[in-house]
Ligand binder design. Structure first.
Ligand code: FHN
Length: 478
């Protein structure tokens, strides 16, 4: 914190904090007598000492995060995460009732009072945790990331921190995340909780951020209480009441990019409660200390077609790219813009070739069912992945830079050349450091190739029908 002496309105002087927080002390001017002048100096001194202490304390907590050394469990979890490659993203909340996405509170500029009517209609009597987890598995997905609460702040779990939650405010009255967590444990699939740091409902989310509108909340609130009691309190619940979880997927920090989010404290809490839990922040910025995965929204790592992603790509952390099966995150009754199974398969292959996971979103309906259009496409992808999974799961981005033609992935001594868009019979690739000992199609069939100092030329068989990905497996020699 840096301090500057200033003069305010109505004859009040103040100490201005140049780091943008509230003034730390105020006093009256003009100042005439030596006693008052002395008092001013004393106040100034106290404020400076307090400031220095605050700086030291903050340096200490930031230092903690800066010196974050992931535990052995955490490093193992990162590897498993990278190996998993394909996850199911689920946006589901009371907003689903209106069938118009998860931003409806904001888009219709509803008041808190109006929005609070919604939970009364949320009764997902057809919710079946077993069916959801089985669907993810049938699609070849290895983890699930579900909204434990979105920007409306409504907890989709049993929270004691506030009654703004599914158990207390809906006729359903049960905790679907508990059922989901139990089912995930039963079926051996990891569960991550999406948690929105942005909150359109809680008055303590103040000062409000870029997405604010006048929704009836008072123009004051306790930001520290929001972070330290409310948010950390709920995170503590999520990390203690649901068994081992995969991690926390944060979203919404972009609403107040310059605020102090007490990240070091929150991240330390998470890693202390579950060292293996991964922190995945969707803040669209360069990764910060304490974070375990870098995620990109609607973009491959390093691309920024969405307009809000960073071009920086970590070479240290696992990478993830999230996208939607149609155009929406939360259930949108009018969105029939479904991606075909072939498009989804290509998306997965391109993610893997960019050394990244794909987190593919569906928005279940308010009754708890997942619409058929999602189910059939996910089954189709699952069938494809059952045949081609060897070239996806457990791989890392391969030695050849991705291009329009396709990508490469690698696992040990095997390089998988994924030919996605290439119509000529010969595909020329740059030189490989190691000798290629053999080449064959995944699924069988020898492949002719020549290798010399200029590169590698592979003879690619013609695509059969709608075949998305012709995978040539190269065995690396000594
Ligand atoms: O505003 C959200 C949006 O509703 C959705 O949750 C996506 C998922 O990545 N993230 C936010 C925008 O960055």
């Amino acid at each position: 914190m840096r301090l500057r002496e200033g003069k305010g309105v109505r004859g009040r002087g103040y100490l201005e904090n140049l780091t943008g927080e509230a003034p730390v002390a105020t006093w009256r001017v003009p100042v005439a007598t030596w006693a008052v002048a002395l008092a001013r100096r004393a106040v100034l001194l106290v404020a400076i000492v307090a400031g220095l202490l605050a700086v030291a304390a903050s340096a200490q907590t930031n230092g903690q995060a800066a010196n974050y050394v992931p535990s052995a469990e955490n490093l193992k979890a990162r590897q498993e995460f990278q190996d998993a490659k394909f996850g199911m993203f689920i946006h589901w909340g009371t907003y689903s009732v209106l069938g118009d996405g998860e931003w409806i509170f904001h888009e219709r500029h509803l008041t808190v009072h109006e929005y609070e009517r919604l939970p009364h209609f949320f009764d997902p009597e057809k919710f079946d945790a077993k069916a959801w987890v089985s669907l993810a598995k049938a699609a070849g997905m290895k983890y699930i990331t579900i909204t434990s609460r979105h920007h409306d702040g409504f907890a989709m779990f049993d929270s004691k921190v506030s009654d703004w939650n599914i158990v207390q405010r809906t006729p359903y009255g049960k905790d679907p995340l508990k059922m989901l967590a139990e089912e995930c444990h039963r079926q051996g699939i990891k569960l991550f909780f999406y948690y929105s740091q942005l909150d359109w409902h809680n008055p303590d989310y103040f000062p409000r951020g870029q997405t604010s509108w006048n929704n009836g909340r008072p123009d004051h609130g306790d930001w520290n209480a929001y972070l330290d009691n409310y948010m950390d309190g709920q995170l503590r619940e999520l990390l203690t009441n649901y068994g081992a979880i995969g991690g926390i997927w944060f979203d919404g920090m972009w609403d107040k990019p310059d605020a102090d989010w007490h990240l070091a404290k929150t991240y330390a809490l998470i890693h202390q409660l579950q060292p293996a839990a991964l922190i995945i922040p969707n803040h669209h910025q360069t990764p910060k200390p304490g974070e375990d995965v870098q995620t990109f929204e609607r973009d491959l790592p390093g691309r920024n077609t969405a307009g809000f992603n960073t071009n920086y790509v970590s070479d240290r952390l696992p990478l993830e790219s999230s996208n939607t099966l149609n155009g929406a995150w939360g259930f949108n009754i009018g969105d029939s813009n479904y991606k075909s199974p072939e498009e989804l398969e290509e998306m997965l292959v391109r993610a893997a070739g960019n050394n990244s996971n794909l987190l593919l979103n569906i928005g279940p309906m308010p009754n708890g069912e997942i619409q058929d259009e999602f189910v059939t496409r996910l089954h189709a992808v699952g069938e494809w992945v059952a045949r081609y999974g060897e070239a996806i799961y457990g791989t890392r981005g391969g030695p050849v830079a991705p291009g329009d033609w396709g990508v490469t992935t690698q696992k040990g001594d095997r390089v998988y050349v994924h030919v996605l868009h290439w119509n000529a019979p010969l595909l020329a690739l740059p030189p490989f450091e190691r000798k290629i000992a053999g080449a064959q199609m995944l699924g069988g069939g020898a492949v002719e190739f020549t290798q010399n100092g200029n590169g590698l030329v592979v003879k690619v068989p013609e695509a059969a029908g709608k075949e998305v990905d012709r995978v040539v497996v190269l065995s690396l020699g000594k």
